[in-house]
Write a protein that binds this ligand. Structure first.
Ligand SMILES: [Zn+2]
Length: 204
């Protein structure tokens, strides 16, 4: 009987000690969590850029530069903004693309490749071939895109005498198309889909 009373007493003390720890658990563990959260965030964000945009080489110096920022959400947002900005300013030059196998050219291909204000009526086939030639990925950043989301641009603009031949057709994703045609960097950067995709990793 005596043992039972002791047991209840000690158990009560242990529980009483655990209550404040439970109530203040966020404060007690916050410093530990902060460290873990940022490393997971960094891992996720690096993986995202590597897998989704393999052609864009990102400099992650911003991670170290923001190490004194105690607000984790603020720090992560600054890191995201820096990466999106690097994505935008990453140098890209439109270069002549490869042709598809000559034997796959169809009748009338050459004639309809000549520069013309109006797209040739075989344009959907050309776009489809160019997309397959590039393994369904963006020429600038390397992200995978569905055919219906692929945007085509020309190495040499049609108005400047460029043609509809495969060597002149470039496949881009919408963010890269927006980037290379940007007139207003600030607006363009904030409207990139990459923002939303990376902000998903930021803890609110
Ligand atoms: Zn792209």
């Amino acid at each position: 009987m005596r043992l039972d009373v002791d047991f209840v007493l000690y158990a009560s003390i242990v529980i009483a000690c655990l209550i404040p720890l439970y109530i203040y658990r966020k404060k007690v563990f916050s410093s530990v969590l902060k460290k873990n959260d940022i490393s997971l965030f960094i891992r996720d964000i690096k993986k995202h850029m590597q897998v989704e945009h393999p052609k864009i080489k990102i400099d992650y110096a911003i991670i170290d530069k923001t190490k004194d920022e105690n607000n984790i959400e603020v720090r992560q947002t600054i890191i995201v903004e820096d990466i999106v900005s690097q994505f935008f300013y990453y140098e890209y030059e439109k270069k002549t693309q490869s042709d598809i196998q000559r034997e796959k050219h169809w009748q009338g291909y050459e004639e309809r490749s000549i520069s013309n204000d109006k797209y040739p009526n075989d344009w959907p086939i050309r776009k489809d071939f160019a997309w397959k030639r590039d393994n369904g990925s963006c020429n600038r950043c390397g992200t995978k895109i569905q055919l219906e989301d692929a945007i085509t641009v020309f190495v040499k603009d049609i108005k400047d005498g460029g043609g509809y031949n495969f060597e002149n057709i470039i496949i881009l994703c919408s963010d890269c198309n927006k980037t290379i045609n940007s007139q207003n960097p600030k607006n363009s950067i904030s409207s990139l889909q990459l923002n939303e995709k990376l902000m998903i990793y930021v803890q609110g």
